[in-house]
Design a protein around this ligand. Structure first.
Ligand SMILES: [Zn+2]
Length: 465
């Protein structure tokens, strides 16, 4: 440890040279330390508030994307239009409580007929933007989403009851509760709390939103969406075999948006488990160890469950890091079913099957992840691994984390067979480090760290000849 501190001072004094050579004996923790402010915010997350919000969502009878959204149905409180207006009013109320700290917006568009949309239908996403407090970092975005539309046995049923308490009243409630609690915090980067529609008709809302973000980024270079947390079926269905101590986090391996060149590199160097989404999943595992959310993330290294999809995929398709949270064990009698009893079996996505304490724990894990990322520096840019010479040391280079929050950097590595980062080496405020390890034997990454110890997402280097 003494050696380590000495090394830190030594590297700091070399800041001008901005390059270090590292033995691999002295290492920093791979585990993040808890930020007391974030820990305090997590205690504000309330299972009672979540219960009230899911009950309210179910009270709209159906939230089918194809259901009524005219003035009369909104006034009568039935259909997706009424749900949309209530979510908007709820976000606005949270914003009022923090002195107008959030901008509440809608993203409306007309979806032309498809297999699951019989006639042209207006689809509206509702979201609140908590703008980052630091001008140089406010264009960096982290986002949490859930879908507020629901369905019953028939995707095309426009008027029959479709309570959608778990799928996805629970995920919508996570976005709402994260907004209510995190809006009281001040963090340098921007957080978006999103609720989308059209998920059950073919991910229409999230697709439109992800494309919109991509277009905005193309026009305005400073913008970046660093992470998307999709919560879909996080109600902790009260079946006997449920494990309420864990939540699954699904992440894609080979990125949906990989180019031919990316695929060649992934094949050649063993990059199948190093997509941006997978780094985000590992980050969530780290957050789960640093904070006591009451539920532990179980990483599932696959895009989604068999034959199922979700809104995170819309973001993956646009090249963004996005993961899906889902309860450990789903009860398929309680999803996509008309509410009924048949041969003694209860069907339907009803309130009675939802565990509100569990949803609150999942919301805490989400809030801790969002706040940690939004408080952290941007990831380092243009991370490279020098491969021109055949040698057994490994030299990494990178550009400083944009936005000026980074105080120092850490080089991470793990065995090629390991699921998570195993080692972290603080290399000070450098932009180049030589590790006494062969790049052929391990996988490397670099992350930025601020003065308070907030860590960025890690970036795996690309080879440079
Ligand atoms: Zn769903």
């Amino acid at each position: 440890m003494l050696h380590f501190r000495g090394l830190r001072r030594f590297t700091a004094s070399l800041a001008a040279l901005a390059s270090v050579v590292m033995g691999c004996a002295a290492q920093s923790e791979t585990k993040a330390a808890a930020d007391p402010q974030i820990a305090a915010a997590l205690r504000q997350i309330s299972a009672q508030r979540i219960q009230a919000n899911i009950e309210k969502l179910v009270s709209f009878g159906t939230r089918s994307t194809l259901s009524a959204q005219d003035e009369a149905s909104i006034a009568a409180g039935r259909g997706i239009g009424a749900a949309r207006e209530w979510i908007k009013a709820e976000f606005e109320r949270y914003s009022k409580d923090c002195g107008g700290c959030m901008e509440v917006k809608t993203d409306s568009f007309t979806e032309e007929p498809t297999e699951r949309i019989p006639k042209a239908t207006e689809i509206t996403n509702v979201y609140a933007v908590l703008k980052g407090t630091d001008a140089a970092n406010a264009k960096r975005i982290v986002l949490v989403t859930g879908h507020y539309d629901s369905r019953n046995s028939d995707t095309l049923d426009v008027s029959g009851d479709a309570p959608g308490a778990n799928d996805d009243g629970s995920g919508t409630a996570v976005s709402l509760e994260c907004a209510r609690v995190l809006s009281k915090m001040k963090v340098p980067a921007t957080i978006i709390f999103l609720t989308v529609a059209g998920e059950e008709q073919g991910l229409n809302g999230s697709r439109h939103f992800a494309q919109m973000v991509k277009e905005k980024m193309a026009k305005d270079q400073g913008w970046g969406l660093e992470a998307v947390l999709n919560n879909d079926i996080v109600g902790g269905d009260k079946s006997a075999e449920q494990d309420h101590s864990v939540v699954r986090v699904f992440s894609e391996g080979v990125p949906a948006a990989a180019t031919e060149q990316d695929l060649r590199r992934i094949r050649g160097l063993g990059g199948e488990s190093d997509s941006g989404s997978r780094q985000l999943a590992r980050y969530i595992a780290d957050v789960g160890r640093a904070y006591d959310a009451g539920v532990k993330p179980v990483l599932v290294f696959r895009l989604d469950r068999y034959l199922r999809g979700g809104d995170h995929y819309s973001f993956n398709q646009q090249g963004f890091a996005a993961v899906r949270f889902t309860e450990f064990r789903e009860d398929f009698h309680h999803q996509h079913q008309n509410v009924r009893v048949e041969n003694g079996v209860e069907y339907g996505d009803s309130l009675k099957f939802v565990d509100y304490e569990y949803v609150a724990r999942v919301a805490r894990l989400n809030a801790a992840t969002l706040a940690s990322l939004a408080a952290a520096p941007a990831p380092p840019a243009n991370v490279h691994l020098l491969t021109k010479d055949l040698e057994n040391d490994s030299t990494l280079t990178w550009e400083s984390s944009p936005g000026g929050l980074a105080a120092e950097y850490e080089v991470l590595w793990r065995a090629t067979t390991s699921a998570e980062w195993e080692h972290a080496q603080n290399v000070g405020n450098a932009t180049r480090a030589t590790m006494k390890l062969s790049k052929d034997n391990v996988i490397f990454a670099v992350r930025a760290v601020d003065q308070a110890g907030h860590r960025s997402l890690p970036v795996v280097p690309v080879p440079e000849r």
